[in-house]
Design a protein around this ligand. Sequence first.
Ligand code: CR1
Length: 836
Amino acid sequence: EHCRPAAGVPVLTASQTPKPFSTPEDFEKEAVRHIETTLARSLYNCDEGAAYAGTALAFRDRLVLDWNKTQQTQTFADQKRVYYLSLEFLMGRALDNAMLNVEQKDVAAKGLSDLGFRMEDIISQEHDAALGNGGLGRLAACFLDSLASLNYPAWGYGLRYRYGIFKQEIVDGYQVEVPDYWLDFNPWEFQRHDINVDVQFYGSINHWQDDEGKQHVSWEGGEIVKAVAFDVPIPGYKTPTCNNLRLWGSKAASGEFDFQKFNSGEYESSVADQQRAETISAVLYPNDNLERGKELRLKQQYFWCAASLYDIVRRFKKTKRAWKDFPNQVAIQLNDTHPTLAIPELQRILVDIEGLEWDDAWSIVSKTFGYTNHTVLPEALEKWSVPLMQHLLPRHLQIIYEINFQFLQFVERNFPKERDILGRVSIIEESQPKMVRMAYLALIGSHKVNGVAELHSDLIKTTIFKDFVKIFGPDKFTNVTNGITPRRWLHQANPRLSELIASKLGGFGFLKDLTLLSKLEEFVDDKEFRKEFREIKYANKVRLAKHIQEHNEVTVNPAALFDIQVKRMHEYKRQQLNIFGVIHRYLEIKKMSAEDRKKLAPRVSIFGGKAAPGYWMAKTIIHLINQVGKVVNNDKDVGDLLKVIFLEDYNVSKAEIICPASDISEHISTAGTEASGTSNMKFVLNGGLIIGTCDGANIEITREIGEQNIFLFGNLAEDVEDLRHAHLYEKYELDPQLSAVFDSISSGTFGDKESFSALLNGIIEHGDYYLVSDDFASYVDTQTLIDESFKNTEEWTTKMITSVARMGFFSSDRCIDEYAEAIWNVEPLVPKSDGE
Ligand code: CR1
């Protein structure tokens, strides 16, 4: 079925639309047309919100043409596609990215300025799409950008939360959560009214035999919820490829409220079903690296997996290929264990609905999936209770038991003498109640398992998945070190640096091949270049200082060393170590003579990050940071020498201002706990140096940029176990400098001492699980080294430039090529114009 326009009706093709607007006037015409007709507003009543909407809609028109073309090309080519299943996509804003991808930001800026607006103000009208918590969700967003920019045929699948991650307000030094309703105006999504999937929950299982004696299983009754598709275009950089991100929203299956109830006067309960259904996609769970086993979360997971697989299978069936071709046409990547139910769901579709034999189906399933592990923290590893799963997904539980049974038989045959291995590797944990270990199910049902940095990928093989390496062999396990998209995190966040680099490298080619940055090293001694590089860093610090002035009402000196730690608040990330270091610095300053103070390098310690609403200790750390800020920032003895800032509501769009403005950023997790980290890469790519532990990707960053360009400190992952043991079972003396810090807190220097007693006791009395005391002296010494190094501007400049030049490896383009080659076996495909 397709529509044939009459001769003479212009039909746009990708090749006919190289640039949306040839002049600023062209752009203005389109923006104004949208403001007047789409928005039905007069130009006399055009505020920044309307100007944003007009601009976004004007660029969206172009995106949509490429998008249609890309989807059409992919359908015709009928080659293997990638499906990236992620419960989180931390996209941030879309307009700036869309304008830069078609190289038309300057044209639009000129047009907007003619209309009386500043580009910056217009861009900041857009609400962040904050459908994620932290690194895992942002990684998914960078991957979508790279997939499109590299022309891979790929779809993202996620949930359309009505409320993204909460907004953080700081009230009297405490975090307060405010709901993030972001959908009041969202020009970037398209509801597909024709794409709905019925998703079943609860019910019971019926076993029956057909006339030929074949056994069948059907899942009957229960409750149906409708999944509605919302599509978001994902443009690539300087390419017509525009991929699709499909987000599912939930609706009551009946679509409307219950008329009979309504007519009989039961107004409230008539809408109850509808509301219950809509609750599934209502809100993002705000935990980072923590799982809490809530029924609604399991419902979200199945709802999204079932709708996505239905969609993927439907698309495959249209090609009329044999089922055994499925893994040659479809690669599904599981972003952590959240989408693991897709494994038993595909098995169910193939066996129960399509009538395949179990073994044939399982061979297809286990060739289709790849699983990425993002953490070894025990509290983050998903387990679902068997009774809950029995209730909600009775057929899936049966299938999981069958997968487990066959797997354990296989293990028993291969390791007949090792009786206790079976209990260790069973998908079902024999606890009270029994639990389904989702990571084991994901691993068993996938053909490849990867970690996200070298150390992390080694660690999973020696800790949580040790037995499985023996069972499946080492080749099932691989590493893909994380990366970031240089489009957003260099070109968009730091346009001046991007320009400067382009001027030296002869163009913006590095944004498509980041390894080209290495050529910058040739300019490391170029005086003019060094000066411009420093000026850009300074200007970015001025921009952040302005933000701090506006939001925190604290004046900071842009010439001071900006020391930044922004990421989710978590004990393992050790913001507490940082703030204890700040207190130590404060106490030292207080003890100093006026003469000595003059020799000090002024510093601004900047923190930002959300704590999960139920994570009490993380909230305590936020409170302490704010209390320290209140005292230090108002202490006349200290002046400019030290300022302590907590930036409210850290998110993607704020990160774009913050990352280019650091001199030092902190990546100081207890060794072996941070799987990779990705903000470390963003800071270095923007000419900031790192103070960090030998953890996650810090290790590979060191290898790439050289150890003279990074400030490493602290104990190694291999020593952590022994140190923890020593805390618990041997006598332990607290580091005297840390003791002094604790004394000042306990004596009430930073307000009510009771507030912080649990934080301190965790370290003094309860085993110091995150080894803050073990790393404190080394941390403080390293900060002193940093002070010295920063005073030597020339030395510091060389470090900055050399580091940027050596960051090529950390592009998410490199990651995606590695996944494509080693895990997905997919090839790029460039959309063609008609007739080609
Ligand atoms: C890790 O903590 C990593 C991201 C992306 C996080 C972080 O170190 O950079 O994943 N893990 O790989 C996570 O959220 C649930 O696990």
